[in-house]
Design a protein around this ligand. Structure first.
Ligand code: NDP
Length: 321
């Protein structure tokens, strides 16, 4: 049995692991079978993570966090959690390969998942012109006309990045002003390849095998129009990934996991949550990292108060350095 199992491998999960490992709790971190490293693995330049004056690539940052967590003795498993049993003193975590791990505490840091438009052809044309990841798929749209949906920082970042490849990038936004930060807005406004389509909602995605166009509806006067293009990048935010804990952990109205005040404590003793899965507002790599720190410290305090016999049944190996 473990003292700590961490579910999730974004900035919150890895930072919780770094702190838990340095506290000699020898954490096991479940990092997912396909998306280890979280959303930053799909990002390009990260310019606002403190300590990197010249910026750092998202994947590079995540690999450095992983290396730091491993340096202090974190064990990482690349698999998906399929079931969590969180009630009781001993928590049980089941993985895709059938392994069941037990722990006295669980830190849940599963982040958030990209939102979908909810259109009929969105799934069908996913990977055939519809994408949620400019860094993954931008290369396929050299000299093409494409569109990005959304008005937040993600949409501005994707649109700006995609101008490296595409001939023309429309930004389709349902309002007449952006939610994105001023700096990101200015960068997009000043890019000659980007054209904004204000007050427009995507109502259709056209194409048999590949995307050939979109149908948009004006949110003010209801008029419809068609735009010929070969790629549609959807950047309309993300929702907390909580399906594993439904019915066990209390959620807020916005879908995030409810925690006690500024702590990471959930409604179940010994279960802590950190990062985007508890944060509908800030959702930055650095705030997630801070949240992971809080969770590791909360877990450490919780463990310290447990009966010695129970603690003795959980392994505690020395850190590797
Ligand atoms: P946001 O929630 O900030 O923005 C989502 C955007 O998509 C909004 O403009 C919203 O419109 C629009 N939208 C939502 N649902 C729909 C829908 N169904 N149809 C059409 N449009 C829709 O998400 P982001 O992913 O942009 O950003 C999330 C967080 O990550 C933010 O805190 C952001 O600052 C941060 N971030 C920071 C970056 C950086 O600093 N480098 C890069 C990327 C993200 P409306 O405005 O009308 O609600």
């Amino acid at each position: 049995m473990r003292q700590v199992i961490i579910v999730g491998s974004g900035p919150a999960g890895y930072t919780a692991a770094i702190y838990a490992a340095r506290a000699n709790l020898h954490p096991l971190l479940i990092a997912s079978s396909v998306e280890a490293g979280g959303e930053l693995m799909k990002t390009t330049e990260v310019e606002n993570y403190p300590g990197f004056a010249d910026g750092i690539q998202g994947p590079e940052l995540m690999m450095a966090m992983q290396a730091q967590a491993e340096r202090f003795g974190t064990e990482i498993v690349l698999d998906d959690v399929t079931n969590l049993e969180l009630d009781g003193e001993v928590k049980r975590v089941t993985l895709g390969n059938g392994d069941v791990h037990e722990a006295l505490t669980v830190i849940f840091a599963t982040g958030s998942a990209y939102r979908k438009l909810g259109l009929a052809d969105e799934e069908r044309l996913s990977g055939h012109g519809v994408s949620w990841c400019a860094t993954c798929d931008g290369f396929f749209f050299r000299q093409k006309t494409i569109a990005v949906v959304g008005g937040g920082d993600s949409a501005m970042e994707e649109a700006t990045f995609l101008t490296r490849f595409a001939e023309k990038v429309y930004v389709v936004h349902r309002k007449d002003s952006l939610r994105a930060s001023k700096a990101m807005q200015d960068r997009a406004f000043n890019d000659p390849k980007i054209e904004f389509l204000w007050n427009k909602e995507v109502a259709h995605i056209y194409g048999d095998d590949l995307v050939t166009g979109i149908g948009v509806v004006d949110t003010v006067d209801g008029t419809e129009s068609t735009i010929d293009l070969s790629g549609l990048f959807i950047a309309i935010g993300a929702d907390p990934r909580t399906h594993l804990v439904h019915g066990q952990l209390d959620l807020n109205a916005d879908g995030t996991i409810a925690v006690d005040g500024r702590s990471s404590r959930t409604n179940i003793a010994g279960v802590f949550a950190a990062g985007d899965v508890i944060d509908p507002t800030y959702r930055q790599a650095v705030t997630a990292a801070g949240s992971g720190t809080v969770a590791a410290l909360d877990a450490e305090h919780y463990l310290a108060a447990l009966p010695k016999e129970l603690l003795a049944s959980a392994e505690s190996q020395p850190a590797t350095v």
